[in-house]
Design a protein around this ligand. Structure first.
Ligand SMILES: Cc1ncc(COP(=O)(O)O)c(C=O)c1O
Length: 468
């Protein structure tokens, strides 16, 4: 995996002087990414093909890795021996089918919603929501860290009059934004236009939880007329938070107060697709105004059946033990890593931090996403150290996170063990020990840690320039 990654970071355009301008220009654009060693590439997953431990995938309940979903899916297929794999058309034309309608009803009921619209992916859902729901003159307010698909939807597809971000999870910043809207957006103030607030239950790169109740209180106080309505993207809470994995909004009992929710099926459900939970008015808007819903083939029976299999597991309570185990492992990780004497020293030196490991006892629940922060230039070194110790947790860099905020993102799963969790914590601590020793070393000494030296020597063999 490291070797594929290294090879992919090697600049290509300089060697293409005599080749087609078409490909050379594309490679030049890609070289900008390569120069930062930030080119995305489709690579082998070593936790799938070797004995490395998965602390990175989105198979949170391990329904995919354990084979449990496959078993339930095969049983589901057996119930419909005459199925046709594909839908045969767009949902609004020839692609609708009874099974999909029943599934939407079942999932909506499970999450306490009036109805739902099953779509091809969470990304597609966010394009649809922002294209169809804000009407001209409406205003969008959003947490600055919402997912790229929401940003894409609101920036490129929305009819909203304007958009205002608020600082991540910051209720005061949210209040300031709403007060500014009260002052400047007369139609909203008069109650003839709405504000749509976009938040996520759990943030994908930070693993922290939205202060949803506080935001709703602030909104009701500043706009008592109900002009402010919330959209909650539950991609990271589906299956792992709330009663039987029904999500964060269900955990808070706010099903009736949130007009739009998104549950995606590519993560804990180990399948694909997504559902937008809403009422019939919102669903009609989505099916009439969202081009990403109208001009695409309806979700296939195969995908729908695998999602139904996943929901059967949730409904039967077969995923509850996994849900609890994730809670246990994350707490165990926090206790173990902070108990190591190097933790306090490395934190004080600014070489390691994990904001979620602080005050976790006061939270109603912990989340499976745990970012580990280090000095930005060390992120790759920590990732190399973990990978060479057979723990797969990847570094996340700009543009996935803001510049200067790179981190190693650890994700816990139902099938991770306590021993693996201990191993991960020990590996992070042994790396921190090495880094502090190197930082204290005499000037002039080689300050590159062992794992990084190993990777850099491989890179030299491949003639790839080291920029980190
Ligand atoms: C918060 C959030 N919303 C939406 C999506 C997109 O979902 P999908 O992978 O189904 O397209 C993701 C995917 O990572 C996500 O993290």
């Amino acid at each position: 995996m490291l070797s594929t990654w290294m090879k992919s970071q090697k600049l290509r355009a300089p060697a293409m002087k005599n080749e087609s301008v078409f490909y050379r220009n594309i490679e030049e654009a890609l070289d900008v990414r390569r120069a930062d060693h930030a080119l995305y590439n489709i690579k082998e997953n070593i936790w799938k093909s070797s004995d490395a431990v998965d602390f990175c995938s989105n198979d949170l309940l391990s329904l995919g890795a354990s084979g449990l979903l496959r078993e339930k899916f095969m049983a589901e297929l057996a119930l419909y021996p005459n199925f046709t794999p594909g839908a045969g058309g767009s949902r609004m034309m020839d692609g609708n089918y009874e099974y999909l309608e029943n599934l939407e009803r079942e999932i909506a009921e499970f999450h306490g919603a009036e109805t739902g619209l099953f779509v091809g992916s969470g990304f597609e859902a966010n394009l649809a929501i922002f294209a169809a729901i804000p009407r001209p003159g409406d205003v969008i307010v959003y947490d600055e860290l919402v997912h790229a698909s929401s940003i894409e939807g609101m920036e490129k597809h929305s009819l909203a009059n304007c958009r205002f971000p608020f600082s991540h999870n910051d209720v005061e910043s949210f209040r300031d934004v709403l007060l500014n809207i009260w002052e400047t957006q007369t139609l909203v103030k008069q109650g003839v236009r709405s504000v749509i607030v976009a938040v996520e239950s759990i943030y994908s790169m930070d693993g922290d939880v939205c202060p949803l109740e506080e935001l709703m209180e602030a909104a009701a106080e500043i706009f008592p007329g109900g002009q402010v309505q919330f959209y909650v993207d539950e991609a990271h809470s589906t299956g792992v938070i709330g009663p039987r994995g029904s999500g964060f909004v269900c955990e808070l009992g706010l099903e009736k107060s949130i007009p739009i929710r998104l549950h995606t099926f590519g993560k804990a459900i180990a399948s694909a697709g997504a559902i937008i939970l809403c009422n019939h008015t919102v669903k009609a808007a989505l099916t009439n105004f969202a081009r990403s819903v109208i001009y695409t083939t309806a979700p296939s029976f195969i995908v729908a059946a695998s999602v139904r299999a996943g929901y059967k597991l949730l409904k039967d309570g077969q995923t509850e033990a996994g849900q609890k185990h994730i809670q246990h492992l994350v707490k165990h990780f926090f206790k173990t890593i902070t108990a190591d004497p190097i933790w306090a020293k490395a934190s004080k030196a600014g070489a390691l931090s994990c904001p979620l490991a602080e005050d976790w006892e006061e939270r109603a629940f912990v989340t499976h996403i745990v970012p580990i922060w280090t000095r930005p230039r060390y992120t790759y070194w920590l990732m190399f150290h973990l990978l060479l110790s057979k723990f797969c947790a990847y570094g996340v860099e700009y543009p996935t996170v803001p510049k200067g905020q790179s981190r190693v993102r650890v994700t816990f799963h139902a099938n991770n063990t306590e021993a693996e969790t201990d191993g991960l914590a020990q590996s992070i601590c042994s790396w921190a020990r090495e880094m502090l020793d190197l930082e204290e070393a005499e000037a002039g000494e080689d300050r590159i840690p062992k794992a990084a030296r190993q990777v850099y020597s491989w890179m030299a063999d491949e003639a790839i320039e080291v920029t980190h």
